[in-house]
Design a protein around this ligand. Sequence first.
Ligand SMILES: *Cc1c(COP(=O)(O)O)cnc(C)c1O
Length: 388
Amino acid sequence: MNVKLLDLKKQYQSLKPELDEAILKVAESQYFILGPEVANLENNIAEFLGAKKAVGVSSGTDALLLALMAIDIKPGDEVIVPTYSFFATAGVVARLNATPVFVDIDPVSFNIDPELIEAKITSRTKAIIPVHLYGQSADMAPIMEIAEKYNLKVIEDGAQAISVQYKDGRSVGTIGTVGCYSFFPSKNLGGYGDGGMVVTMDEELGEKMRILRVHGSEPKYYHSMIGGNFRLDAIQSAVLNVKLPHLNEWSAKRRDNAQLYTKLFIEAGIAEEEGRVKFDENNKVLLPKAVYKDSGLTNYHIYNQYVIRVENRDELREFLKENGIASEIYYPVPFHKQECFKDLPSSKDKYPNADFAADHSLALPIFPELEREEIEYVAGKITEFLKS
Ligand SMILES: *Cc1c(COP(=O)(O)O)cnc(C)c1O
């Protein structure tokens, strides 16, 4: 059996008539960049998330960059980021000649450990970027408390977590100063190319980001600020407007798939419960835990990824590949070990939980259209490998 990590063709087939029509409509309108489709998407997303203002941008990376520009991050400023995330989270900080300052993750949630943040704050610290990794919220309450105490801005990296709720019911991205999303095709809400969005509860800051998106031009050709080209395409927005109403059903299927994996691993006797952080005889696979599952909220986790940890990760990955099963490592190298960040002061510190995750993590197929038989096959092969 062949199991892909992500099969977007199935989703396209299920919405083909609507998607084709939406794309053709843009071609007929010849309105390709910004315009009514983008404005529609911004309104739809703002309403969906409960945000005051949403601004469509060119990618998730540009959403983060624009947010940092809007809060005036300058050369020499320090911005706190988890050391374990997609590169963009730290890359955007360095691109503004500011300094990313790394913090270790919590071993259960994979998200930034709030207890380790204060020790990294200096007089130059301006902001914190919590990442809602794999599709569940970072622990925002203590992060916001620290931000208030030290007068820091909070830029939420929600690229993997659009629609996710924190335990208080608020959508991630609407808790901090700015929320950033990606519509890269493999995200839970994916376009047919690059795209992203920033959202905020601060109308004034939202307006500033709208202007910075077009080179800081307001009115046209008059610049009181220096922005960039961070514009979103109409075709991406048209696709996303068709897909958005289906996001919650897809998330529900991802949760079902995650629960099935967990049940199968426990029944097979290779795991006892979710959220273990140490290997032993009865826990040969460490299962991801939905930390806010008992909050009673629907979108406590949207499983952009279902990430297990195993001791012989690279061998397991090879064994799965031989058996037709795709998997991926998110992420093999934490920021503090990246060549381009090796001279940063905080790269010298210790990050045991991020190192452990980098060495043992493996993401399994989890997309909504997966068949039960496929999940059983994947879990069966993993069990076979770990028991041999
Ligand atoms: C995907 C991703 C990004 C970047 O989004 P792009 O649209 O690919 O630029 C940023 N942060 C995280 C955590 C991501 O997963």
